[in-house]
Design a protein around this ligand. Structure first.
Ligand SMILES: Nc1nc2c(c(=O)[nH]1)N[C@H]1C(S)=C(S)[C@@H](COP(=O)(O)OP(=O)(O)OC[C@H]3O[C@@H](n4cnc5c(=O)[nH]c(N)nc54)[C@H](O)[C@@H]3O)O[C@H]1N2
Ligand SMILES: Nc1nc2c(c(=O)[nH]1)N[C@H]1C(S)=C(S)[C@@H](COP(=O)(O)OP(=O)(O)OC[C@H]3O[C@@H](n4cnc5c(=O)[nH]c(N)nc54)[C@H](O)[C@@H]3O)O[C@H]1N2
Ligand code: SF4
Ligand SMILES: [Mo]
Length: 745
């Protein structure tokens, strides 16, 4: 295969984007409540409302889509009965209609062809595209086994394609929400309490008296009910402690902001444990009743004094003591928030363990104002024949990491390169709802893998960068134009929510459930898809759940009473945790047996060399990853990212706010585009900061192309978590270039 075979296809340039604006506040909610009210009161009668749940991020808020007589979507409003949104969508959810209206959307299937010696995409009919996919997949299945066909997915399309993959005999599945996101946290908390944290996090923020955020930048991280509950907690006088080298929105709402030296959080947490134990502030009764390994922990942290941590973290010993006492004072209504995007420095499972252990010492797991016991409803599955048993799955591919609990995306990618994992070779990718070049670090490895593939299909709503690598691109219709699986979420009470198309699919786009069925039928597993319309699946499941499609169509969300017992620990009853010992494991024998540290330790991480700054990144309230950059409504609120630079650094380099600069990282990787400087005290002088998700390469994205920098392309170095395979991405360093480096290259 020649190296040009899967060259990224760039398609003609188009116009420019809108006006820049910056807003960062917890109170972005309700910014449109006046309009909401107007719609509710005056137009609700003339407009038709359709039940849906939001797909702009994975909080999955239940909502109503309002359409007028012409069938145009006018507004999306949160469902009042939904515990994910309490009737209000975040700015991104409100702007969700922009996904539907975006004129840059993928409109027809595309097939890669060579025309006049140049590779390009040619428009195709659905039959042509689906026949091609089925025939290629059949060949791969016959030659290598169905296992060699991998699915990389995120979001709602994933479920339908997972069914397709399982139906043809593959379980080689991965998503960036594990090894690039929450993975270490789930593994770390499971080792300690026996359960994943999961989504939405069972943090009892509305009743908390002390919320400790370690890197979690809630307020910029806009997960809906969590932000609303935090806002209420602040109003109710809760103490907020934020540990973040950057002055985040959350830090600005905190009594205590601890501007920690990046990469040293474990040292701070060990010192907090030391204070809680040395000063007898921990919950003795709780620890005696529910935990094992306390003596080992006490011994372990005895030398990790605040004075020891001061030299590592730059946080003063008095501040470490003061904050530890504040947490203990409020306990058990104290939350050490587990964070969510936690793949930072490679020792992330251990950092998550430290958070879990602190929560245990404070007695907050299973306590009001700490963590509640979540509950969800199990969805009955629509009858289908048993899946064939694959010879190997994501588990074997990810086996290098003993406690990986989901497919490790980066390992599936590696297994696609000949010689890297010859036992479990991956030959084709089906990519759905994930923009790999933005979501997965180490672009070189990614491109090498893509280069080696026999076949690559991308299902997306937009001509995102990942589509440029595909052999076949399939246009999915947006969430407002389709049915999807029932949302069954864990929460204080179980609930289900439904997604019904508010309008017919625009252009020649189709829902993922239909695509999966079409490919399945062409591959001879049509009996796995015994329905003509996905509505039939919903009707069946809802009936089994004792309700009906008609009821959900009317109410959108149905809340059920709890069945698993009380929300919090019942102190008079024995409680068994789902760990192997049945107790909270402060000391982990499981880790020890696998050759890992049974209790977290602090290790030093690399520092930037002179002239280089740590590349820090995060979220903006009006955008989700890279998926919203081109959304006309959200692009209007923020059309590019900026580079936050400390005034001291700006002085040394001679930078001005608004000036365009380029970045080069420690491996000589250059940013594709420039970024505008924003000089601010809110970032320290050892790091620069940008919002993730910008710097789009695809020229078909008329508003987002070339605007700002893609942080991911500068993340060429990853620190892999040896326990579960997460890709630590915060150890990359950049230098700032004031001249365009591409002119001379
Ligand atoms: N608006 C919006 N909200 C979102 C999303 C979105 O795309 N847009 N995505 C959602 C998803 S999937 C996720 S996973 C979450 C991610 O949101 P979080 O879990 O809150 O994010 P992180 O990326 O872990 O944290 C970013 C913060 O960590 C700080 N930080 C950097 N290095 C260090 C360090 O060494 N120590 C400490 N203590 N802090 C550090 C940064 O300055 C920044 O403020 O957001 C969710 N919410
Ligand atoms: N450098 C860096 N890398 C990161 C992160 C970071 O902060 N910095 N964050 C990490 C985290 S926490 C996460 S969870 C992941 C997120 O990773 P992804 O979910 O891959 O993030 P996006 O960049 O939004 O890509 C989503 C893709 O799905 C498409 N899409 C949107 N809606 C639909 C739909 O309804 N159907 C289909 N078929 N496609 C759709 C979008 O057009 C886009 O191409 O990224 C991780 N990677
Ligand atoms: S938090 Fe915002 S973007 Fe995410 S699902 Fe809810 S409304 Fe949509
Ligand atoms: Mo995430």
């Amino acid at each position: 295969m020649t190296t040009s075979r899967r060259k990224f296809i760039k398609i003609s340039a188009l116009g420019l984007g809108g006006v820049a604006a910056t807003t960062t506040a917890l109170n972005l909610f309700g910014a449109s409540s006046y309009l909401d009210e107007l719609v509710r009161k005056n137009v609700a009668e003339t407009f038709k409302r359709t039940a849906t749940y939001c797909e702009v991020c994975f909080w999955k808020c239940a909502a109503w889509a309002y359409t007028n007589e012409k069938g145009e979507i006018k507004k999306i409003i949160g469902n009042d009965d939904d515990s994910h949104c309490y009737g209000r969508l975040c700015p991104r959810g409100t702007g969700g209609v922009g996904m539907y209206n975006d004129e840059d959307r993928l409109k027809t299937p595309l097939i890669r062809k060579t025309v006049n010696g140049e590779e390009t995409f040619v428009e195709a009919t659905w039959d042509e595209a689906l026949d091609l996919i089925a025939s290629k997949f059949k060949t791969i299945k016959e030659t290598h086994g169905a296992e060699s066909i991998a699915l990389l997915k995120h979001g709602s399309p994933g479920k339908h394609l997972e069914h397709l993959l399982n139906a043809i005999g593959s379980d080689t599945i991965g998503e960036p929400a594990y090894a690039q996101c929450r993975g270490p946290r789930e593994t770390g908390f499971k080792l300690t309490f026996g359960t994943w944290v999961g989504s939405p996090e069972p943090t009892d923020i509305r009743d908390t008296k002390c919320l400790v955020l370690i890197g979690s930048h809630i307020g910029e991280n806009m997960h809906n009910s969590q932000v609303q509950e935090m806002s209420d907690a602040i109003d109710n006088g809760a103490t907020i402690i934020t540990v973040d080298p950057r002055f985040s929105t959350a830090a600005s709402k905190s009594q205590h902001w601890l501007p920690i030296k990046p990469g040293t959080d474990i040292a701070l947490m060990l010192a907090w444990m030391n204070v809680l134990i040395e000063e007898n502030l921990y919950d003795k009764e709780y620890i005696e009743k529910y935990a094992i390994g306390f003596d080992e922990l006490k011994d372990h942290v005895s030398t990790f004094t605040p004075e020891w941590a001061y030299s590592i973290t730059t946080i003063k010993p008095e501040e470490i003591r003061r904050t530890a006492r504040a947490m203990a004072y409020a306990s058990p209504a104290t939350i050490i928030h587990p964070g969510r995007h936690v793949v930072w420095y490679g020792d992330d499972t251990q950092r998550a363990r430290a958070m879990a252990i602190l929560n245990a010492l404070l007695g907050s797991w299973g306590r009001r104002g700490g963590f509640y016991f979540k509950e969800s409803l199990k969805l009955p599955s629509f009858p289908h024949p048993e899946y064939p048993k694959p010879k190997w799955t994501w588990k074997e591919v990810s086996a290098k990491y003993p406690l990986a609990e989901m497919g490790v995306t980066n390992e599936i990618i590696r297994a696609s390169i000949p010689g890297e994992n010859s036992e479990y070779p991956v030959k084709a990718w089906l990519v759905a709802g994930t923009n790999l070049t933005k979501a997965i670090p180490n672009k070189k490895l990614l491109e090498q893998a893509i280069e080696s593939l026999d076949f690559m299909v991308v299902i997306d709503t937009m001509p995102m960068d990942v589509t440029g690598y595909a052999d076949v691109v399939l246009p999915e219709c947006t969430y407002l134009e389709r049915y999807d699986e029932i949302r069954s979420a864990t929460n204080r009470e179980p609930s289900i929510a439904i997604r019904i198309p508010a309008v017919a699919p625009k252009y020649d786009s189709k829902p993922a459930w239909w695509i999966a069925k079409q490919i399945g039928e062409r591959m001879g597993v049509g009996d796995q898809f015994a329905y003509d319309d996905y509505k039939e699946v919903l009707e069946y499941q809802l009936k089994e759940l004792g309700t009906s499609f008609e009821e959900l169509e009317q109410i959108g969300v149905k809340n059920y009473p709890r069945k698993s017992g009380p929300l919090y620990l019942n102190e008079n009853e024995l409680y068994s945790f789902t760990t192997s010992s049945g107790k909270i494991e402060l000391y982990s024998q499981e880790l020890k047996d696998l050759g890992f540290d049974p209790m977290p330790i602090f290790t030093k991480h690399p520092e930037p060399e002179q002239g280089y700054y740590r590349l820090n990144y995060g979220r903006a309230p009006m955008h989700t990853f890279s998926r919203t950059a081109n959304n006309p409504n959200l692009n209007d609120l923020m059309d590019e990212n900026n580079l936050w630079v400390n005034p001291k650094v700006a002085r040394i380099i001679g930078l001005k706010t608004g000036q365009e600069v380029w970045l080069k990282n420690q491996d000589e990787v250059l940013s594709s585009f420039p970024i505008k400087v924003r000089i601010t005290e809110r970032t320290g002088f050892d790091a620069v900061y940008m919002v993730h998700g910008f710097g789009h390469q695809n020229k078909k994205l008329s508003r987002a192309n070339g605007r700002g920098i893609n942080d991911t392309e500068l993340i060429s170095k990853v620190a892999i978590d040896p326990i579960m395979g997460g890709t630590g991405m915060r150890g990359n360093f950049v230098t700032i270039l004031t001249e365009n480096p591409h002119k001379t290259i």
